[in-house]
Design a protein around this ligand. Structure first.
Ligand code: CP
Length: 312
């Protein structure tokens, strides 16, 4: 019997498809990839001959670039679909876009789209494995994996850790994927934000704690993650002003004192400095925000390697 987790040809729609054992296996693989990224010559031939398409129909800096860097460090060919200059602008459907790309011999798609469920559609149209790089408010599993990897690498395990995630919980796909993954690895997660930015039934759906008061939420936290105030999705005036939001929820020298003394400070980016987090914290001693970005390349390399059956 083979107990090694099997990843060949699998999709990464969200982390609920992956067991704790499988997530830990990905973290171990990412550790190996990180070592490659620290070498002077940061490239291995393992995916030579494979073609990976980044199909991004929503803006991104970190996720797109780290997928593309990950693919090229594994020696795959990369096709970078640019939505703003593509035939999508002439009315071509996602289905015909995928049929067109697929005709060119794509082996793996990495997709970002504003519509939840788009990764599943790309898999349906192409029959190829798909990694979700963020679909609407639904899921962002590779961000959660890199967040989890960053904590695991620093603290050794997530078992028994207290993680507090603060901000725009309603609009965040990052928080949903992190809640699934962190809980599988044994962390206790508290989500905190204004009631108007807090979806109902969070405790029941995700098994997390919900707090509306920042001081209470940060008590004894080992890890504090700020979330971006998603100004582009704020169409309903869910709080009076950004100043009002900051007054109650900003991560600053004063508020971070409520967490454990050496709590890790995280943020998936992009940040609204001065709104959800102050520069003194984002760039401070406890911040691992820049490391999160670096770890994103390693985690995405690990997924591509495992899904496409790279040769070690
Ligand atoms: N964290 C994240 O998804 O950032 P990008 O939008 O820059 O990819």
């Amino acid at each position: 019997m083979n107990d090694t987790p099997q990843f060949l040809g699998r999709n990464v729609f969200d982390l609920d498809d992956y067991s704790a054992e499988e997530i830990l296996y990905i973290l171990e693989a990412a550790q190996g990839m990180k070592e490659i990224n620290l070498r002077e010559y940061k490239k291995i031939p393992t995916l030579r001959g494979k073609t990976i398409c980044t199909l991004f129909v929503e803006n991104s800096t970190r996720t797109r670039m780290s997928f593309e860097l990950a693919a090229s460090r594994l020696s795959a060919d990369v096709v970078s679909f640019q939505a703003s200059v593509s035939a999508l602008q002439k009315g071509e459907s996602l289905q015909d876009t995928v049929y067109t790309l697929d005709a060119m011999g794509i082996d793996l798609y990495c997709i970002r789209h504003s519509s939840p469920g788009s990764p599943q559609l790309v898999h349906k149209y192409s029959g190829k494995p798909v990694i979700n790089g963020g679909d609407g408010r639904h899921a962002h599993p590779t961000q959660a994996l890199l967040d989890i990897f960053s904590i695991w690498e620093k603290l050794g395990s997530l078992e028994g850790l207290k993680v507090t995630i603060v901000g725009d919980i309603l609009n965040s796909r990052v928080v949903r994927s992190n809640l699934i993954g962190m809980k599988k690895l044994g962390a206790s997660v508290t989500v905190c934000g204004p009631s108007t930015l807090m979806p109902g039934s969070m405790e029941d759906i995700y098994g997390c704690r919900v707090e509306y008061d920042l001081k209470t939420a940060l008590q004894d936290a080992d890890v504090v993650m700020g979330l971006r105030m998603q100004l582009e999705r704020q169409t309903e005036g869910l709080f009076p002003s950004l100043e009002e939001y900051s007054k109650h929820y900003v991560l600053s020298k004063e508020t971070i004192k409520w967490a454990k003394q050496d709590a890790l400070i995280m943020h998936p980016g992009p940040m609204n400095r001065g709104i959800e987090i102050l520069p003194e914290i984002a760039d401070g001693r406890q911040s691992i925000i820049v490391e999160q970005v670096a770890n994103g390349v390693a985690v995405r390399m690990a997924l591509m390697f495992l899904i496409l059956g790279g040769k070690a």
